[in-house]
Ligand binder design. Structure first.
Ligand code: ZN
Ligand code: ZN
Length: 404
């Protein structure tokens, strides 16, 4: 182990910037194989300690518990290592490929996960030899990415355990949970049956690809996240959702009057609070309160409500329509996100006396509405025209690609 450690120390001292592309890519390839070998060695060591119940020395009740406590592994990771180690004992070809660094831990996991004792027994009853299966799957893992290997494994499962494979597919239960974390973000988790997933995917794909603005550099996951929020906003705005306690459902933000009137970045002002997701910064609260489709509760210094602004969609619809016709798309320099992606932004915030009018309105997509309220960017329109200017936080203008 000490030689391995000093080799790693030597590696850390290497000046990567000095390497040629050839040498650098060789190094990446070598390290990737080495990482696989280290993962395989870890799996074997864990298996040996698991068999000997070495974890009892430290008062742990299982190897998984010991890995979580002493190595701070996530529960799923600890389970994966222990279970992979156990099942690899019956799969010498896969174990050898892993030990040689030819396949990754993800490949090994894809194979071992499917090899439950009951399936191995069923395969034996059906006369399918485990050794042969092991050799075929290990070779598949050597040749393909983990997803492809998993498909091959699924075919084996369908062959030996058609009922089990069908059971998986016939499970129409759907689970979805969301929780607001301490980091101020909301975490989603869930799994759906194939049909439910197809509905969701179809709706999200339409939102992702229908009106993709020019110069969009978001990755797939980011676009899909934005599409999920757009789906919810569309449902709220479209009025297709059932009433809740006699009211149309809407997002509600509670915001301190002082925070609403304060300038951006002013010290010592409290932020706002969302009905479910909890605290938000003063800038975010101002942005939400800017759009008339969000219901706002404004509280005074004593925490008592001063004003409960109702979501006045109908009264503002004509003004919003006029702004849509004038602006056509998000007015931020270089953005052409369509109106249905946009908020109605008050150029002079209504808290500072700005009216909800065509003159004081601007279409901003959610992203750029955020840039203006939270990012310190500013927009201004040449009076009497539909020509907009966008300014960076330092006051310099962003010249639009399409601008005059
Ligand atoms: Zn705004
Ligand atoms: Zn925009």
């Amino acid at each position: 182990m000490s030689e391995l450690r000093s080799a790693l120390d030597g590696l850390a001292e290497l000046d990567l910037a000095e390497l040629s592309d050839d040498a650098l890519l060789d190094l990446v390839g070598e390290l990737s194989v080495t990482a696989n070998r280290v993962a395989a060695a870890l799996t074997s060591a864990v298996r040996t300690a698991d068999r000997r119940e070495s974890y009892r020395r430290d008062g742990a009740v299982s190897m998984k518990g010991w890995l979580r406590g002493s190595c701070r592994l996530a529960p799923a990771e600890a389970t994966a290592i222990v279970s992979t180690g156990r099942r690899l004992e019956q799969l010498p070809a896969t174990a050898a490929a892993f030990a040689a660094g030819e396949i990754t831990a993800t490949h090994a996991r894809a194979i071992t996960k499917a090899m439950t004792p009951s399936r191995v027994a069923k395969a034996a009853e059906a006369g399918i030899e485990l050794g042969e299966t092991d050799r075929i799957l290990a070779e598949l893992a050597r040749q393909t990415a983990p997803e492809e290997t998993a498909k091959g494994v699924a075919r084996w499962v369908a062959g030996v355990d058609p009922d089990g494979a069908l059971d998986d597919a016939a499970d129409t239960r759907r689970r979805f949970t969301m929780a607001s974390g301490l980091d101020g973000r909301v975490h989603l988790r869930g799994d759906l049956d194939a049909v439910g997933g197809e509905y969701l995917h179809t709706a999200l794909a339409a939102l992702m690809n229908g009106d993709r603005p020019a110069g969009d550099t978001r990755g797939h996951a980011e676009r899909q996240g934005d599409a999920l929020v757009a789906l919810a906003r569309g449902a709220l705005d479209g009025g297709s959702l059932p009433d809740v306690r006699g009211e149309r459902p809407h997002v509600r933000v509670t915001i301190d009057w002082m925070a609403l009137c304060a300038e951006r970045g002013a010290p010592g002002v409290a932020g706002g609070e969302l009905g479910w997701a909890g605290p938000i910064t003063p800038e975010t609260a101002r942005r939400l309160a800017c759009d008339a489709s969000v219901a706002r509760v404004i509280v005074g210094p004593n925490g008592l409500p001063l004003d409960v602004g109702r979501a006045q969609r109908t009264a503002n619809a004509a003004i919003r329509r006029a702004v849509e016709i004038r602006d056509g798309h998000c007015v931020f320099a270089g953005c052409d996100a369509p109106p249905e992606w946009c908020d109605y932004h008050h150029v002079v915030h209504w808290a500072h006396g700005g009216p909800t009018s065509c003159d004081n309105g601007a279409l901003l997509c959610e992203r750029h509405h955020t840039s203006v309220h939270e990012g310190g960017f500013a927009i201004a329109r040449d009076p009497g025209t539909s020509h907009w200017h966008t300014y960076r936080p330092d006051g310099t203008e962003i010249l639009s690609r399409a601008g005059p």
